[in-house]
Each structure stands twice: as structure tokens, then as C-alpha cells.
Design a protein around this ligand. Structure first.
Ligand code: ZN
Ligand code: FE
Length: 258
């Protein structure tokens, strides 16, 4: 879940927590978009100086909602060459988990940015998907992250190459399995043009076969999105062969029967 510090989400952490209680969740986690080494990198993440404020806001929510377990986390962009920056961020606060996400396939192009949708016209879908999965695999292999976020984000706008796309993810899933990295079932995909949970059923099936662990996320950017469509996510996890999910705390996990 996100906070207004990333500049494209609304509602304070206390409001997300209040909604979580309303919908009957016992545990939630904040994983706002982490800062970059330079604040002018883009305009949809928290500024470096706000990291401390972010931690304090999550702590406030914890204090106000003792009946909820509230995890402190980050969604970190994986960019080749920035490994040292991520290690630095990892040391700064007692994170419960770090989600590694790929949004950028090249300098300046986040493939999920609706303002840059026209950029898709300038590339073959297959080339974009391949570049995306290549970075995703490097993220899983980096040892920096506990969970990989929205693993097939490249489907967001419903632009698919004319191949069996699940096959593109095999190497990524093998890497995640070998590295013990989980993937998240992210219900935000249902709210985008692709109208599908990230990642697809075919990817989740192969993940189950290979022993890749899963987590659940709503990727809420507003309080009322907290826990949205979780019944569908649980149903999808079960129907694709998953028997457990992972609960993270202090960058360690336990397996919980589904
Ligand atoms: Zn966001
Ligand atoms: Fe993301």
C-alpha cells in the first residue's frame, strides 16, 4: 500500500488502517515507492527527505490501531547499477520486507506510466516484454528483495506480444525459486485495462510447480482499495496450485497454509 508521500496516492496511513479494520483484515503492510538517489529522477515517488516522515506515519498508524499488525516496507525500483543505493536504503530502517519492482525498461521510460503510453507504439510489444522480464530476473537474482512486485506489469495496458507470454517468465520463476524470492498476487491489475490480477494464472501455475512462494497485495493507492478483491486473489492462488502464502516480518517469512 502507498501513502501521499509518493505524490500519486491519497489518504494517510491511519485511513488505510481504518479501512483494513472495516473489511476485516488483521494484517496490512505499507510499501510506498522508495526514494531515488536524486529527487528529480521522476515525480511519482517519495523524496529522499521524506523517508523518515514515511516511517513516522506508519508508526502513527501502528499506535492508533493496535488491533492490526502493520508491516513497514518499501516498493523499490530495480535499476541495474543502483544495487548499492538499495543496500543503503535497506540499512536505514527496520523494514519487514522489500518489494523489488520493475517499472523502467530503459532510462526515462516506466512502461506502466499512463502519460507515456504513446511510447509503446515505438517498440514491438515482444521487445518490451523481453526487456521487462530480463530486468525482473536480474531483480530476483540480486539478493536485494524479499518479494517481486506485480510480476507481469507489462500487461497493464493490455498490449500483448503474439507469443505464449507465460513462457517468457520461466527463467524468471526459476531464478525466484533458487533465490527464495516470493512473488505477489497484486489485485491492482483488476483495476487496469488488462483486467487481471498480476501475475496471470499461467505464471502462477508455473510458480507453484517450481515452489515459488506468494504474498497478497492490493497495491492500494487510496484507503478504500485496501484489501480489494482479496477473495478473488485467494481463489486464484488455490486454483493455480498454491497451498501456502508467506507472511513477512523483519525480512524473514513464515509459510501460512492457504
Ligand atoms: Zn504507485
Ligand atoms: Fe509498482
Amino acid at each position: 500500500m502507498h501513502t501521499p508521500l509518493c505524490r500519486h496516492a491519497t489518504g494517510e496511513p491511519t485511513a488505510y488502517a481504518a479501512h483494513a479494520v472495516t473489511v476485516g483484515l488483521e494484517e496490512i503492510g505499507f510499501s510506498d515507492h522508495s526514494p531515488m538517489p536524486r529527487d528529480d529522477f521522476d515525480d511519482w515517488r517519495m523524496r529522499a527527505a521524506d523517508l523518515q516522515v514515511y516511517v513516522e506515519k506508519v508508526e502513527q498508524a501502528r499506535a492508533q490501531f493496535p488491533q492490526l499488525r502493520i508491516r513497514l516496507a518499501l516498493e523499490v525500483d530495480f535499476l541495474p547499477g543502483q544495487e548499492e543505493w538499495v543496500r543503503d536504503l535497506a540499512r536505514r530502517h527496520p523494514w519487514d520486507y522489500l518489494i523489488g519492482s520493475v517499472h523502467y525498461v530503459s532510462e526515462g521510460w516506466a512502461i506502466d506510466n499512463p502519460h507515456l503510453l504513446a511510447e509503446w507504439d515505438r517498440h514491438s510489444p515482444l521487445a518490451v516484454w523481453k526487456a521487462y522480464v530480463e530486468r525482473l530476473t536480474a531483480a530476483a537474482d540480486s539478493g536485494l528483495f524479499d518479494i517481486i512486485g506485480h510480476a507481469d506489469l507489462c500487461k497493464k495496458f493490455g498490449i500483448y506480444p503474439e507469443v505464449d507470454v507465460a513462457g517468457l517468465f520461466t527463467g524468471f520463476l526459476e531464478t525466484a525459486a533458487r533465490r527464495g524470492v516470493a512473488i505477489e498476487l497484486n489485485t491492482a491489475g483488476l483495476r487496469k485495462s488488462c483486467r487481471e490480477i498480476y501475475p496471470s494464472a499461467a505464471i502462477l501455475e508455473e510458480a507453484a510447480r517450481l515452489g515459488v512462494g506468494i504474498t497478497f497485495g492490493s497495491d492500494a493507492h487510496a484507503p478504500e482499495e485496501t484489501g480489494m478483491d482479496f477473495e478473488r486473489a485467494v481463489e486464484l492462488a488455490r486454483s493455480t496450485g498454491h497451498t501456502h502464502w508467506r507472511r513477512y516480518q523483519g525480512r524473514r517469512y513464515e509459510r501460512v497454509p492457504l
